[in-house]
Write a new protein. Structure first.
Ligand code: AQP
Length: 340
C-alpha cells in the first residue's frame, strides 16, 4: 500500500490555504493509502513562540484534523515531538546536506537570510522536514505549492544518503493539487496566505464565522478593470478568488470565470461557497474541542503507531552511516525474555 505522510505546523490558526492546499487532500488520501499525518510542533519553534500558546495550539490542531474528516481508525495522527527519531534522523541528514543547498531555499531567503538574529533552526528546518518524510518510508507527500522546493531537497538527501551508505530510504514524490495549491492573501494577492504572517483581513480562517468570511472576501483586493478573467500574472486578486471558488465547488478557475461579468457577484458567490464548505467542519470542531480526553487518546495511539515505523527506519539509517548499535540493547532484550 502506498505510504503517505504530511505535516502542519501549530504556528497559528488553520486557514483556507492549509485546507484547500493540503488538509482536504489528506482526507481523501486516508482511504487509499497508509497515511501518517503529523502536527509538526518542532517546526513551529523556528519562529518566536509563546510556550503556553504552542501547547494549546497543538491540541487544537488535533481537533481541527479530526473535524476536517481525518479518522484515527484509518490513518495515523501524531505530534512530531512525541517521536524522538525525527530530531535524531534530522542530525544524520544535516550531516548529509550542504550549506549551499540550504542557502538556496527560497523560504529562508524570504524570511531573513541576511538577518544575523535569524535562528539556526529556521535555516535547518527543511532538513528536519526531510527527516519527517524519510522516517516513514514515504512514497507520496501531499503538500501545497510552497513546499515544492523542500520536497526536492528531501528527495536529493534520500538519493545522496542511499548512494553513499547503501539503500536506506524510499525516495518520496510530492503530490500538489491542481487547484488550491497556492491560495493567496486576500489583501496582498502576490503573497501566499499564511498562518504566521500578520494579515488578519487577508487570511480566511477555517473557523471564522460566516459574517467574517463574507466581509473578508467582499473586501478582497482586485484591480481597476472590471473583466473577470483567470490570469494570475496580471490579475492576481481576481484569479485568487476564482481559484478559491473553483476549489470549493470542484471546478476549474477558468470555468468559474465564464459565469461572471462583474467582481461583486464573484465575491459574494465565493464567500457563500466557502461558508458552506466550512460549516460542517466548524460544527464538528466545536464538539471535538470540548472533549480533551478523546483528543489526548488519539495522540497517544498515533505516537505509538508512528514510533513503531520511525524506530525501524532510524536504526537502519544509523547502522548504514556507521553508528555502533547500543551494546546494551541485546542485554536488555535478553533480560526482558528472562523475566517474561
Ligand atoms: N496559502 C497556501 N495555499 C495552499 N497551501 C498552503 N499551505 C500553506 N499555505 C498554503 C500548505 O498547508 C500545509 C501546512 O503548512 P504550514 O503548517 O507550513 O502552513 P503555513 O500557513 O504556511 O504556516 P506558517 O507558520 O505561516 O508557515 P511558513 O511561515 O513556513 O509559511 C502544507 O502542505 C502547505 O504547503
Amino acid at each position: 500500500m502506498t505510504r503517505v505522510l504530511s505535516g502542519v505546523q501549530p504556528s497559528g490558526d488553520v486557514h483556507l490555504g492549509n485546507y484547500l492546499g493540503a488538509l482536504r487532500i489528506w482526507v481523501s488520501d486516508q482511504k487509499e493509502a497508509d497515511a501518517f499525518y503529523c502536527i509538526v510542533d518542532l517546526h513551529a519553534l523556528t519562529k518566536e513562540n509563546d510556550p503556553a500558546e504552542l501547547s494549546r495550539r497543538t491540541l487544537d490542531m488535533a481537533a481541527v484534523l479530526l473535524a476536517v474528516g481525518l479518522d484515527p481508525d484509518v490513518c495515523t495522527i501524531f505530534v512530531q515531538s512525541h517521536v524522538a527519531e525525527h530530531t535524531g534522523l534530522a542530525w544524520l541528514l544535516e550531516c548529509t546536506a550542504t550549506m549551499g543547498e540550504l542557502n538556496r531555499m527560497t523560504q529562508f531567503k524570504d524570511k531573513g537570510r541576511d538577518d544575523e538574529s535569524v535562528r539556526v533552526g529556521l535555516f535547518a528546518y527543511p532538513v528536519l522536514m526531510a527527516a519527517d518524510i524519510l522516517l516513514y518510508d514515504t512514497d507520496r507527500v501531499p503538500v501545497g505549492d510552497d513546499q515544492r522546493q523542500h520536497l526536492e531537497l528531501a528527495r536529493d538527501l534520500a538519493i545522496r544518503f542511499n548512494g553513499r551508505y547503501g539503500e536506506t530510504f524510499t525516495v518520496p514524490e510530492a503530490a500538489i493539487p491542481k487547484v488550491g495549491a497556492r491560495v493567496m492573501d486576500l489583501q496582498n494577492p502576490t503573497s501566499k496566505m499564511s498562518k504566521s504572517v500578520l494579515s488578519p483581513q487577508g487570511t480566511v480562517l477555517l473557523l471564522d464565522d460566516p459574517a467574517t468570511i463574507d466581509r473578508k472576501i467582499r473586501r478582497a483586493v482586485t484591480d481597476t478593470e472590471t473583466e473577470v478573467r483567470y490570469d494570475p500574472g496580471t490579475k492576481p486578486g481576481v484569479s485568487n478568488l476564482l481559484e478559491i471558488l473553483g476549489a470549493a465547488t470542484g471546478r476549474s478557475p477558468e470555468d468559474c470565470a465564464a459565469g461572471y461579468s462583474a467582481y461583486g457577484p464573484l465575491k459574494s458567490d465565493t464567500a457563500q461557497a466557502v461558508i458552506e464548505m466550512v460549516a460542517p467542519i466548524q460544527e464538528r470542531y466545536r464538539e471535538l474541542i470540548a472533549d480533551r480526553n478523546t483528543l489526548g487518546q488519539v495522540l497517544i495511539e498515533g505516537a505509538a503507531k508512528a514510533r513503531a515505523v520511525a524506530t525501524t527506519t532510524f536504526e537502519r539509517a544509523s547502522q548504514a552511516i556507521g553508528l555502533l548499535p547500543p551494546p546494551w540493547e541485546g542485554r536488555l532484550r535478553e533480560g526482558r525474555e528472562k523475566f517474561r
